[in-house]
Design a protein around this ligand. Structure first.
Ligand code: HEC
Length: 445
């Protein structure tokens, strides 16, 4: 067992080294332009196009567009400030710890942040219009990102009043399948632009009709897919699927947020299925894991730590990490405690991420960085809640806070996406990973 753990430790550190190498390569162009004045069209627009305009364009969730010079110029100082504090784009992984290669990482390099800073210091000039990259184009926000779904689960419409408290509850509907199937891809969307603005958070589960009306627990049923404001898509790996049992119904646990005008929340789940009778090689799981071992206890005016643990009884390939807390959420770490018997304990921090309840971000590991862990590995969740006046989102730091469903209550678990492996598959995948890393190391020399 000792050798296994040591191998894994070197797996993660090599991933870090590779991430650094990539960052250094992408830094080169910024250094090259340092001599000439930094302009919007030549230097800044490409950065905004890659990392900002997904949200900062008309009709999307950000408050202003950053598509053109005219759009962005009034915000120059705010852009530089938010970028320097790494608040924008929303991506809160601690860059000094653990794995750094993810799918769809929009975060800026230190050089890009410096470029924006220099642009602002230099008076935020426009530059030569001919340098402007063509505007990035996007599919309609309401088109399916997963291709054409085979079935669409439509939850009942819900009218959210203009004002009032946040709304929590459940909606239930049919899943239109006749036999057991496997899900290949799945996506939650708001059917209208207005709905897009009121749906804060929505979790879909498949439930047995028999269990309906029994005061279902928050984690009742099999989890299918999550949707949250600002949440990026979760990418399913090749050859894996999620089991969907015939006769089950879909349950939506919702959190709607009034926006100052009446709006109808219309939530739909599109599902691409594997062909009838087809069983994918791997079942992909996604669950709320490592709940704190004791009820949350967050005294007034303090930062409180809590810990939770989940044992993985089979070897696994970890695909995604998503912290989950509410307003007091400050930071969460995922640590692996490797199975050791009679040897020194071996642990490893895989990632730490700061938390802001406005954003529910899923960190999808790049294929070659997905942690491969042996049977018996313990996922350790270390969570910090900040109930002090230093946290602007702490609504009343003079009051104690504990567990609960409302935004003003707290939670402190993480979602983990993973695939179970057999011992054989685990050994094979570990060997493939080692070969890849040896090649990468040889290429660096
Ligand atoms: C995933 C969507 C998303 C991305 C990507 C994103 N933003 Fe934002 N941005 C928002 C939202 C939503 C807000 C308003 C809420 C807030 O302030 O956090 C915001 C707020 C801001 C603000 C503050 C506006 C104000 O009213 O003071 C600035 C400045 C900003 N973003 C700049 C950027 C820059 C620069 C980038 C890219 C480097 C970026 N954002 C990427 C969604 C996004």
């Amino acid at each position: 067992m000792k050798t296994t753990a040591t191998t894994l430790a070197s797996v993660a550190s090599t991933a870090t080294v590779m991430a650094m190498a990539i960052a250094m390569v992408s830094a080169l162009p910024a250094t090259a332009v340092a001599a000439s004045p930094v302009t919007f069209t030549k230097d800044v627009a490409p950065i905004l196009q890659r990392s900002c305009v997904t949200c900062h364009r008309p009709g999307e969730i950000a408050p202003m567009s950053l598509m053109t010079y005219e759009d962005a110029r009034p915000w120059a100082r705010a852009i530089s400030l938010r970028a320097a504090k790494r608040e924008m784009p929303p991506w809160h992984v601690d860059k000094t710890i653990g794995i750094q290669t993810f799918k769809n990482d929009p975060s800026l390099s230190d050089e890009e942040i410096a470029t924006i800073g220099k642009w602002v210091e230099g008076g935020a000039p426009k530059g030569n219009p001919a340098d402007m990259p063509p505007p990035r184009t996007f599919p309609d926000a309401r088109t399916w990102q997963i291709g054409t779904p085979d079935i669409v689960i439509k939850y009942p419409k819900y009218t959210v009043p203009a004002a009032g408290p946040d709304l929590f509850g459940e909606l239930i509907t049919e899943i239109p399948i006749q036999e057991d199937r496997y899900i290949k891809a799945i996506q939650t969307r708001s059917a209208t632009a207005k709905s897009h603005r009121v749906v804060h958070h929505a979790l879909s589960y498949a439930i047995d009709p028999a269990s309906e009306g029994e005061g279902m627990a928050a984690d009742g049923g099999q989890f299918l897919v999550e949707y949250a404001s600002g949440k990026n898509a979760e990418v399913y790996p090749e050859g894996s699927g999620v089991f969907l049992k015939a006769g089950q119904r879909a349950r939506l646990g919702y959190h709607f947020h009034p926006i100052g005008e009446e709006a109808v929340a219309e939530v739909e789940v599109g599902v691409v299925l594997y062909p009838k009778g087809f069983v994918p090689k791997f079942t992909r799981w996604s669950r709320q894991l490592a709940q704190p071992t004791t009820p949350l206890d967050i005294p007034a005016g303090t930062v409180a730590r809590s810990d939770g643990y989940t044992v993985l009884h089979k070897p696994a390939r970890i695909i995604a990490f998503q912290p989950h807390m509410h307003n007091l959420g400050k930071r969460q770490c995922l640590e692996l405690i490797y199975p050791t018997s009679g040897t020194r304990m071996s642990t490893e921090i895989i990632n730490c991420a700061n938390f802001n309840n406005y954003w529910h971000l899923t960190y999808n590991y790049a294929d070659d960085a997905q942690p491969l862990v042996p049977a018996g590995t313990i996922l350790h969740n270390i969570t910090w809640h900040d109930n002090s006046p230093a946290n602007r989102r702490a609504l009343d730091p003079k009051n104690w806070v504990g567990d609960g469903q409302r935004t003003i209550d707290e939670m402190g678990f993480f979602w983990i996406g993973w695939i179970e492996l057999t011992e054989e598959e685990y050994k094979q995948q570990l060997a493939e990973r080692k070969t890849l890393q040896e090649k990468a190391q040889a290429a660096e020399r």
